[in-house]
Design a protein around this ligand. Structure first.
Ligand SMILES: [Mg+2]
Length: 277
């Protein structure tokens, strides 16, 4: 048993052996990025998204990781940054990625999200197309998003909703180039900037000059992030569903133990290491 193992003791109990070994390895990288999805990963999924909160154990582990030198922590979510900030309540040093990579809140106020001229032009065009659709169909409305709009049809009849979706899709695609469309329940989301959590992870990896990335998530959109991982990185899928991640745990409660073990191992590595300055 190495001194790190003995220091960490039994905190990894319940974490599968192969995952423990992988954590022990990534904990020894020079500069580590810990990138985490929020809903279904740090926080159990609840009916009211405004009431979602990270499990205390996970939050404590994430806050400890923030304190270890050579370690950055990022939350990578489909939520808007505002919503993510509100529910996560993490320290300011936490890097935030919202709207599947469209919005970023990094270290400096300059690191904010802006659309370039072309994107702004396309956003204006998209807005007028969707407004027209909403004006012509009862109980359909348009919500502004950071790089696009959501067309809501929740209160419309099934037929109106179907028509609104069809017309909005064909008109928007005919008028505006390079649109990204996400379909949700009774909502169509259009974005003039195409980003995925995978691109967000790549961006964060460069931004933090990380030598390895740990990523955890539970949803289909997290697969893009797992795809962006390479050798030396570590991905943990939470819950069921097909995944390209190397490791899987059952739910946020199990993941809390994983994150705690990572914090233990990383702290131990940091303490053992000679100070470089
Ligand atoms: Mg999630």
């Amino acid at each position: 048993m190495s001194s790190v193992d003995s220091r960490v003791g039994s905190s990894g109990s319940g974490v599968p052996r192969d995952l423990r070994d992988a954590l022990a390895q990534i904990a020894r990288t020079e500069r580590l990025l810990v990138a985490l999805d929020f809903d279904g990963t740090l926080a159990p999924v609840v009916d009211d998204p405004g009431k979602a909160r990270a499990l205390p154990e996970s939050r404590a582990a994430a806050e400890r990781l923030l304190e270890v030198r050579g370690t950055r922590v990022a939350l990578v979510s489909g939520r808007s940054i505002d919503s993510l900030e509100e529910v996560a309540g993490m320290s300011d040093e936490t890097l935030l990625v919202g709207s599947h990579g469209v919005e970023l809140r990094l270290d400096s106020p300059d690191d904010v999200f802006t659309l370039d001229e072309d994107e702004q032009d396309r956003l204006g065009l998209l807005g007028s197309v969707l407004d027209q659709v909403a004006d012509n169909v009862d109980e359909v409305w348009v919500e502004a998003k950071p790089a696009g709009f959501a067309l809501h049809t929740r209160l419309a009849t099934e037929k109106s909703s179907r028509i609104a979706h069809l017309v909005a899709l064909s008109e928007a695609r005919a008028e505006v180039n390079d649109l990204t469309v996400r379909r949700g329940k009774d909502v169509l989301e259009f974005s003039v900037r195409s980003t995925t959590k995978g691109e967000a992870v790549e961006h964060l990896r460069r931004y933090t000059s990380s030598t390895a990335v740990f990523y955890a998530g539970d949803d289909v959109t997290d697969e893009d992030a797992f795809e962006a991982l390479g050798s030396g990185d570590l991905g943990v899928k939470i819950g069921s569903g097909t995944t390209v991640a190397d490791h899987r745990v059952e739910g946020p409660e199990d993941f809390a133990h994983v994150l705690t073990l990572l914090a233990d191992l990383r702290e131990a590595w940091s303490e053992e290491r000679p100070q470089s300055n």
